[in-house]
Design a protein around this ligand. Sequence first.
Ligand code: MRU
Length: 385
Amino acid sequence: MTGATLQAIRYQRGSLDILDQLLLPHETLYISISTLALGHNAIKTMQVRGAPAIAIVAALTLAVVLVNPATAPRLTTAQGAVDFILESLEYLKTSRPTAVNLFDAAHKLAKGVQEANSEGVSGADMLEEDVKDNMNIGKFGAEFILNVWKGGNDLRVITHCNTGSLATAGYGTALGIIRALAGQGKLSHAYCTETRPYNQGSRLTAYELVYEKIPSTLITDSMASALLAQHSDKIAAIVVGADRVAANGDTANKIGTYQLAITAQYHNVPFIVAAPSTSVDLNIASGKEIHIEVRPEVEVTTLRGPVVELDSIARGAHAVEFKKTSADAVMTETIAVAARGIHVWNPSFDVTPAELISAIVTERGVVFKEDGVQSFDMKAFLSSN
Ligand code: MRU
């Protein structure tokens, strides 16, 4: 593995830059977030994505805006400052609805200012805490997999979506477990799914795995069952992240997670959810209460092509979009892959019922179901760990 780490979020007082994940893996471009509208837009358009990263960018956007001289007139009285912060948080919360981390961070920040509480969270603390949490998730998850694995040295895992350094402040959750196994020399191979329609797997996870020199193979989402049918004796676990875990353990995660959990159970392979405790929503009893974001049709009907030079674009049927970089204008080609006029359903997440989940790995340890019970007791776990 390389010593350098990928960084999705760069922050210092008054300045926030994020790696534009819409351009990866073709181009590495950091964009500056200096206003609430830019922060909101970066989250909504998925320039930054992944439950922890979304929450951190929202908090840091607010931190940057608060020290911007343009905001000063709103901050001349204590009440004016509180009102400004609460309004800003309400606005940032409208960017994406499913991952609870954003709402949890907004709630903690709002509580902090309302109670003038110096113990409230800050965006900078969140950056630091998240990396620590992820390293613990990696440690606990790797330990758990090594304990249950009876298959010898050829230990392989499958993961879905992107849960790595790009989805968090660093290291990652499910990908953190893969990093930990690889770091201990225990991983023989990682498979990552393409993760249609946004391709977080092929564009981002594959990029991280290659960057880290972890032996890995990309499969399309439709190949997972065939892979398990051929190699279930070599697959130690399917490891995924979470956007929201209900009190009973039902888990919302990237669309396609549910079908992976079904195939894992059929092939008798452990299905592991990895998430920080900030992804657990004790306010909801089950996954039925999770609001699933439905995203634009265009994400399914088109593929975003490589960034190409302006004059080498073949025009015609291809839609073309301009992206301004600091240096130059580059072009991203958007290629139609569906018949015009077809209706599209594009839910961004699905809910995996707790009964299909073998264990939930958090920074505080691993949660299991009681014998004979089909759900987790997340409240009991979090209050005793
Ligand atoms: O739509 P995205 O890319 O924000 O969805 C990301 C996922 O579903 C991740 O698995 C989840 O947020 C966990 S990231 C540590």
